[in-house]
Design a protein around this ligand. Structure first.
Ligand code: DHK
Length: 145
């Protein structure tokens, strides 16, 4: 079982980026925790971060068939990327949208997600552990691929 973990723009800056909002944990730390958790379940994660919409879309198109689920934090693309939404709409596996911060108590432009209507579910406001919760759900519900 293999899970695709996608992170969008500015998430490579976790650890130093507005730590009062996003915490002090780096993306490398998160990916390491996901890798370790997946390994305990005889699963694996394939982690990709990009600041570029097209790279995220290419990765979805190339990797979804080999994935039992997708965990994606699209960063600011969450709020306006119909292109990423369309790419995700075309895949068969479950999609969990993750936000480190509680976007619903932040600026109004963050309250709307164009991804949420086509996602299986969403985690928001639980810090970096939201990624682990998303992985936990996929491990619980998805059979080996
Ligand atoms: C991350 C971002 O980069 C923002 O653009 C989103 C999200 C929120 C997060 O909370 O992880 O608005």
């Amino acid at each position: 079982m293999r899970i695709l973990v996608l992170n969008g723009p500015n998430l490579n800056m976790l650890g130093t980026r507005e730590p009062h909002i996003y915490g002090a944990t780096t993306l490398a730390d998160i990916e390491q925790a996901l890798t370790a958790r997946a390994a305990r379940a005889n699963a694996s994660v394939h982690c990709v971060q990009s600041n570029h919409e097209g790279v995220l879309i290419d990765t979805i198109q190339q990797e979804h068939a080999a994935s039992s689920g997708i965990i994606i934090n699209p960063g600011a693309f969450t709020h306006y990327s119909y292109a990423i939404r369309d790419a995700l709409s075309a895949v068969a596996c479950p999609i969990i949208e993750v936000h480190i911060s509680n976007v619903y108590k932040r600026e109004p432009f963050r309250h709307h997600s164009v991804i949420a209507p086509i996602a299986t579910g969403q985690m928001a406001g639980l810090g970096w552990q939201g990624y682990l919760m998303a992985l936990e759900w996929l491990l619980l519900t998805q059979t080996a691929a």
